[in-house]
Design a protein around this ligand. Structure first.
Ligand SMILES: [Zn+2]
Length: 199
């Protein structure tokens, strides 16, 4: 499996495309991105799913353009639906359509990849992480030596703390973490060096 990162929006959100044997999954298309769309077209990969870690605008703004090009189904947490549907929350021009809602413990099976869904509320009510093998896509729950903001509507610092603790408990130290912003890290590194949540 190959992982490519595209940085979108002025908040520098990470959009990831995972490619395995000509099938692909996109995580958090934050804004319409011609480089991503060109890559998909030129490589001829089939996009099987668009996975959203949460509903904030800088992670969902590119969903409709990507869906229009690929027809791929969009997965989001039930608890973050409002952020996609209500443009006063998302601050986007129009609502973002989705196809399936998922929750903690669900599995998402695509032709060449499968994911375990881990519920991590806190930064948003419906925050999710997606685990494939020993790789975690952590959205805005866990960053390199940091955690997501909670000074925003519907966030909870207590919930976020417990969600990060849950990741530490569930995952091995060598699990590689690809966050929603910034550089990648590992669970082992964060347990030792994260100033907000110690392992
Ligand atoms: Zn966010």
């Amino acid at each position: 499996m190959e992982i490519k990162t595209f940085i979108t929006t002025n908040l520098r959100s990470n959009c990831y495309i995972l490619v395995n044997r000509q099938h692909a999954v996109v995580i958090d298309p934050g804004a319409p991105d011609d480089v991503l769309l060109d890559f998909i077209q030129a490589s001829g990969v089939v996009v099987d799913a668009i996975l959203l870690t949460h509903g904030h605008f800088d992670h969902i703004g590119g969903v409709m353009a990507l869906k229009a090009q690929t027809g791929a189904p969009v997965y989001v947490s039930k608890a973050d639906e409002d952020w996609l549907l209500d443009t006063t929350l998302s601050r986007l021009d129009r609502a973002v359509e989705f196809d399936r809602t998922v929750t903690d413990g669900d599995n998402i099976t695509c032709p060449t990849m499968s994911f375990k869904v881990i519920g991590t509320p806190g930064h948003s009510e419906g925050g999710l992480c997606y685990l494939i093998e020993d790789i975690l896509f952590s959205g805005d729950t866990l960053f390199y030596q940091s955690i997501g903001r909670t000074d925003i509507p519907k966030a909870s610092s207590k919930d976020l703390y417990h969600s990060v603790k849950k990741l530490y408990r569930l995952l091995g130290e060598s699990t590689v973490v690809y966050p929603g912003h910034g550089r990648k890290t590992t669970i082992g590194h964060e347990k030792q060096h994260n100033p907000f949540v110690r392992g």
